[in-house]
Write a protein of this length. Structure first.
Length: 156
């Protein structure tokens, strides 16, 4: 079983000048229940299906399984997904010994920018760049599967 360990932060400063790659992502959810989210995604010119389990108590670790599928298969599956497609650009930003994935959201989540870092263990230390804001690891409001149900525009 694959285990995903990641921490999530708000972005409070300019990061784009440090990014080495930007990729547009469109994704939908076949299931958004916390015990087993099933996501389909078009990332650039590739398609994926991903299954994630419920997070541990800290929200940093959970089961994750992903498989590449065709873009056409993703488009077909998006037609039967739950309402609320996520649209964002993902920027890869190197910082010390880690890579931050910074997501800039569009549509109903416009204005939200979140950074995630995948770690080898929950205790792994890493340097926090100046543009990194408050940590929101474990705050379910920031899960993409929740952003489709209760988008950022409704929070204000």
């Amino acid at each position: 079983m694959a285990q995903e360990i990641e921490r999530k932060f708000l972005v409070s400063g300019e990061f784009k000048e440090f990014s080495r790659k930007a990729t547009r992502i469109t994704q939908g959810y076949l299931s958004s229940v916390p015990e087993r989210t099933v996501r389909v995604r078009i990332k650039g010119d590739k398609g994926y299906i991903t299954i994630k389990g419920k997070g541990n108590d800290s929200g940093a670790s959970r089961f994750e399984w992903e498989k590449e599928i065709s873009v056409q298969e993703v488009q077909d599956l998006l037609a039967i997904c739950e309402p609320g497609v996520i649209d964002k650009t993902r920027y890869l930003v190197d910082s010390g010994n880690v890579v931050f994935e910074v997501d800039e959201f569009y549509g109903d989540n416009e204005g939200l920018v979140v950074a995630e870092v995948e770690l080898k263990s929950e205790e792994q230390n890493f340097d926090k760049p100046s543009w990194l804001g408050d940590e929101v690891t474990g705050d379910v409001r920031y899960y993409n599967s929740m952003l489709m149900k209760n988008p950022y525009k409704n929070w204000k």
